[in-house]
Design a binder for this molecule. Structure first.
Ligand SMILES: Cc1ncc(COP(=O)(O)O)c(C=O)c1O
Length: 425
């Protein structure tokens, strides 16, 4: 039998979890808080479940310094569900705002309001996407599927300046964001860390800052709670839990409260139908989820509990440094691995450009991507207990995912192996 302690797992998600959390999880699955029943058996509306929800939110708010004017939601539809949810919700707000503006100009003439609104939707509704990897590409494709491609403005497609492949973030001066003079986009979307391609935004894009900055939605599925984030710059931050935060089953959404009623109003389903725009499922409706404290329907409380335990232990470990403490360690581990790869240019080639290398998903080729040699590399690594290193099936190669639960010891063992392999040891 292979023991957990014999292995360092570098899978991209689902990903490793801290062993102490899993040990505690095994106990609470059988008997939660001495109630004689397990955590998966208690009601999601029980006081215990409510406490789990509150504690998990508190831990996240502490770690990321989330201001009071933001809400935290838990949904079950994974990261991909949020590709759709941001479109449904933010398009609905955009439409209702436009309708109210037009109604103010036109008065009670509903036919005229509808006529002008149709025209406005047709000519002005734009969702801006920064496509820097496979996941933002998928999100942009989902937006096009929902509202129609003509409303989706791919402000940058990183493949275009990199021989058809992801691996760079083109200079912001080349981005074709929807002009703010023309009302701007309903939102700008980007993926902070592209898990498949190993591309991470080094910092928040400068062109999305400013008084009249558009609403920004970011997918942080694979670099959530790994570095400091200025939450105020975002309208929506979301991520699936299954990489840095917990087990598969929930997505976490950090949402500016002004995107919820009573401040923001949403278009009615009838109006959206009249405009040929989609009406989203109720389980992706942010106002409904927020109003019900994420308990509109049965929330997997165990998944929330795991996320809460992981985050509470980071709060304990890093104290006043908060997520800054984790950021230092994540950076150190990533630096160790990249420095080693860079030492052997004849053996290893890091895939993305140096300026956008992900600290979380370290993608590289061995011997120029020779299939047999990469297979051998993976087999050799596995013999040393270094597993989960195979690159995503769409791009191949090697990917070492350096999530929070990968210890410094794990990263060091990988570094030793990389050195030994390159030297033929
Ligand atoms: C950056 C990113 N976004 C979205 C997703 C999709 O998440 P899910 O599988 O939970 O839908 C993934 C999954 O790996 C991801 O890495």
């Amino acid at each position: 039998m292979v023991n957990r302690s014999d292995v360092h797992y570098f899978g991209a998600g689902p990903a490793p979890l801290p062993t102490h959390v899993l040990e505690e999880a095994a106990k609470v699955l059988l008997n939660f808080k001495d109630k004689g029943i397990g955590i998966c058996e208690i009601s999601h509306r029980s006081p215990e479940a409510n406490a789990i929800l509150a504690d998990t939110k508190q831990a996240l708010a502490t770690l990321l310094d989330i201001p009071d004017d933001y809400d935290i939601l838990f949904l079950q539809s994974g990261g991909s569900g949020e590709f759709s949810a941001v479109v449904y919700n933010l398009v609905s707000i955009w439409v209702e705002k436009k309708r109210a503006q037009i109604a103010q100009e036109v008065g009670d003439d509903n036919d005229e309001v509808l006529k002008r609104l149709r025209k406005a939707v047709d000519e002005e509704l734009k969702l801006d996407y920064l496509v820097t990897g496979s996941w933002s590409l998928k999100a942009s494709q989902e937006a096009a599927r929902l509202v129609g491609a003509k409303h989706v403005n791919v402000a940058v497609d990183a493949r275009k300046s990199n021989d058809g492949r992801f691996g760079t973030i083109p200079d912001e001066s080349t981005w074709t964001l929807t002009s703010r003079e023309k009302g701007g986009p309903a939102f700008v979307y980007f993926c902070d860390n592209e898990t498949v391609d190993g591309v991470e935004f080094p910092q928040f894009p400068k062109s999305l800052v400013g008084e009249d900055a558009p609403w920004v939605c970011a997918d942080m599925s694979s670099n959530f709670i790994s570095r400091k984030v200025d939450v105020r710059k975002y309208a929506v931050i979301f991520g699936g839990a299954q990489k840095n935060i917990g087990n598969t089953g929930i997505a976490i959404v950090i949402l500016r409260k002004s995107l919820l009623p009573p401040v923001a109003q949403y278009a009615s389903p009838d109006l959206l139908r009249q405009l040929n725009l989609p009406v989203g499922p109720i389980v992706l409706d942010y106002p409904t989820i927020a109003k019900n404290n994420s308990l509109y329907n049965t929330l997997p409380i165990f998944d929330v509990w795991v996320a809460g335990q992981v985050m509470a232990s980071l709060v304990d470990s890093y104290g006043a440094k908060r997520i800054g403490g984790q950021e230092e360690i994540s950076n150190d581990k990533a630096r160790l691995i990249y420095d080693t790869l860079d030492k052997y240019p004849d053996v290893y080639r890091v895939v993305p450009d140096k300026s956008v290398r992900s600290r979380m998903n370290i993608c590289f080729r061995v011997h120029g991507g020779d299939a047999d040699k990469e297979k051998q590399f993976l087999a050799d690594a596995e013999r040393r207990g270094l597993t989960g290193l195979k690159g995503h099936r769409s791009v191949g190669g090697i990917r070492a995912s350096n999530y929070n639960a990968v210890s410094l010891d794990g990263a060091s063992k990988l570094v030793t192996f990389l050195n030994d392999y390159a030297r033929g040891a």
